[in-house]
Design a protein around this ligand. Structure first.
Ligand code: ADP
Ligand code: MG
Length: 582
């Protein structure tokens, strides 16, 4: 470890002897992070953390400056998901903190490990509400929105504060952690040797959690009795990085699997057991469902209702690290609590050499349904119409990902999201990053930037024109760091579609944007490549060129404004008035 030291003039501090080696809060924060393997910080500089970023950079860390904290926070969150280490976001006090907080809450909801480190104003003034610069009781505000929140007041506690934050973020169910560092802390001086000793290298930050043998036996008994078994893989399974064990479990049992959005590619979507293209059939008809790192939340209709067929027709086995997740929506007959790597390994061991294949009429029916659906979709994906529709444009991108399976796909929007999820097959784990549990818009550029930085792989960000707007200014960041990010904007000139009309005239309708906008020129403004594509062929050529060159590229894909439906696939969640006043 490189403990930074400084010599101070004799009046620098009353508590320290002028001749000893000294350190301060700035150095201790950086040393504590480095000691724990943190090598990248995402943030926005400003008071009081400007020097922290500068010094971290000087100490050899990668410090990526964004244009808005929410995007830096989203970058940190997805870095956590991709690496299983907490992604670090650094923000200024009050407004910067609040901007970052949305991302911290989103990380927590998605179970991504992240630490939001924010500078804050002086406790004495904040607590007496005397009107400090950017005054805010940040710790109190952060607390209900994240997994844990800590404040450090003394330089000697920085090591412990950072250690607690790291453990809280990655152990058990991962999530967002807030670390509050008041401005005064940074310039607090202490003896360098004592400072170095105060740092903590976190040992075994996310300890394995071994499932009980009885839970494994119970789960296997239920699975063995199934006539129509199904495995659902969630992003917790992708996060766990237990790819080989999960594949072995799926293949050994022969059970069809359904990947949740961000688990696509954990096993290839083209795997013979993948039931992705027969989703509604398998959800309706399965009798035993094994949930691996997936929750029965709104994305799975809470495990009940029409989607799930006859009431009482299912028995659920659930593997999750969070015991409280069990029975959250429906009864779980076989809860398996532990980390996915350990749980799946234990299941494999319990299975031993032999496992009866699921009944052939079940697997056969799924294959038939899947092939039918794929055949139905195929001609739509090959159309080269101009203006493009979603299917034609996505057909082109689907081929590109097939040819470049190690590229990372970032995806947000409404129709752009729902259709891309179904159309673009994924082949490798953790290559699809999207709006996640909240279905939140605005993750696009933050995720794309961190994906490029953390993996060094090319990134294809497929964005609705509205979704892109929430983080669009980060194209400058992408150009500044010269990242291999290719953004494709599905530009249908509006939210859901670009054809709404205000019945009273005057202002345009609330869901409509500037017609024929040229987002490609935003990229050119910062030295990147901008392309305006009007056909799937043009789109395909432009994306391939971007991926070959690795240059920051933005392709404005002109989509028919009349293509697209209200709220994409989740129109049922969008209440619509049936009463229209004249
Ligand atoms: P999806 O949206 O893909 O269904 P969710 O985010 O709803 O996935 O669910 C992920 C689940 O995975 C969460 O319940 C979380 O507790 C769990 N999880 C995350 N990491 C692990 C892990 N390493 N081991 C076990 N469970 C995990
Ligand atoms: Mg749109």
């Amino acid at each position: 470890m490189s403990t930074a030291t400084l010599k101070v003039a004799s009046d620098a501090s009353d508590q320290v002897d002028a001749t000893q080696e000294l350190t301060d809060g700035f150095h201790l924060v950086i040393d504590a992070l480095k000691l724990n393997g943190v090598d990248t910080i995402y943030g926005v500089p400003g008071i009081p953390i400007t020097d922290l970023g500068r010094m971290a950079q000087a100490a050899g860390m990668r410090v990526i400056s964004f244009r808005h904290e929410q995007n830096a926070g989203n970058a940190a969150a997805i870095a956590g998901y991709l690496t299983k280490k907490p992604g670090i976001c650094l923000t200024v006090s009050a407004p910067g903190f609040l901007n970052g907080l949305t991302a911290l809450a989103n990380a927590t909801t998605n179970c991504f490990p992240m630490i939001l480190i924010s500078g804050s104003s002086e406790r004495e003034i904040v607590d007496l509400q005397q009107g400090d610069y950017e005054e805010m009781d940040q710790l109190a505000i952060a607390k209900p929105l994240c997994k844990a929140a800590f404040r450090v007041l003394h330089a000697a506690d920085i090591g412990i504060g950072v250690a607690r934050a790291i453990r809280a973020a990655v152990s058990g169910r991962p999530g967002g952690v807030y670390l509050d560092l008041p401005a005064k802390l940074f310039s607090q001086v202490m003896n360098a040797e004592a400072g170095a000793k105060s740092l903590v290298k976190v040992i075994d930050a996310a300890p394995a959690q071994i499932p009980a043998p009885s839970a494994i036996k119970r789960a296997l008994d239920v699975l063995k009795s199934a006539k129509r078994p199904l495995i659902i893989l969630g992003k917790g399974a992708a996060y766990a990085q237990a790819d080989d064990a999960i594949r072995a479990f799926v293949e050994k049992t022969g059970v069809p699997f359904l990947p949740m959005s961000m688990a696509k590619g954990l096993l290839p979507d083209t795997h013979p057991q993948c039931a992705g293209a027969a989703r509604s059939t398998v959800l309706k008809e399965a009798d035993v469902v094994v949930m691996i790192g997936a929750r029965l939340n709104w994305l799975l209709s809470h495990g009940k209702g029409k989607t799930w067929g006859e009431p009482g027709s299912k028995r659920f086995i659930q593997i999750d690290i969070e015991p409280k997740e069990m029975d959250s929506n429906v009864e779980i007959v076989a809860p398996v609590v532990g980390d996915i790597g350990s749980c799946v390994a234990a299941l494999l061991e319990g299975i031993g050499g032999q496992w009866p294949a699921p009944p052939a009429d079940w697997t056969g029916a799924i294959t038939t349904k899947r092939d039918e659906n794929i055949a139905k979709m195929a001609p739509k994906l090959m159309n080269n119409a101009a203006p493009m529709d979603f299917h034609g444009a996505l057909g082109a991108l689907r081929t590109i990902i097939k040819q470049r399976p190690d590229a990372i796909l970032v995806n947000e929007g409404a129709n752009t999201l729902d259709l891309a999820r179904g159309i673009i097959d994924m082949y490798q784990p953790r290559k699809r990053l999207d709006v996640g549990t909240w279905g939140v818009m605005g993750i696009g550029m933050g995720y794309a930037i961190a994906a490029a930085i953390e993996t060094g792989k090319p990134v294809l960000a497929v964005e609705g024109d509205s979704a892109f707007g929430f983080s669009g200014m980060e194209v400058e960041t992408i150009c500044r760091y010269n990242l291999p990010v290719c953004i494709v904007i599905f530009n249908n000139s509006g939210i859901y579609r670009g054809t709404d009309v205000n019945p009273r005239g005057g202002d345009v309708a609330t869901t409509v944007f500037v017609k024929d906008a040229r987002y490609d020129r935003m990229m050119e403004a910062f030295g990147g490549v901008g392309v305006h594509a009007t056909t799937p062929d043009e789109l395909s050529r432009a994306v391939n060129a971007a991926m070959d060159s690795g240059r920051p590229t933005l392709i404005n894909a002109a989509i028919d404004p009349a293509a697209g439906t209200e709220s994409g696939r989740i129109g049922n969640l969008n209440p619509q008035s049936v009463v229209r006043k004249k």
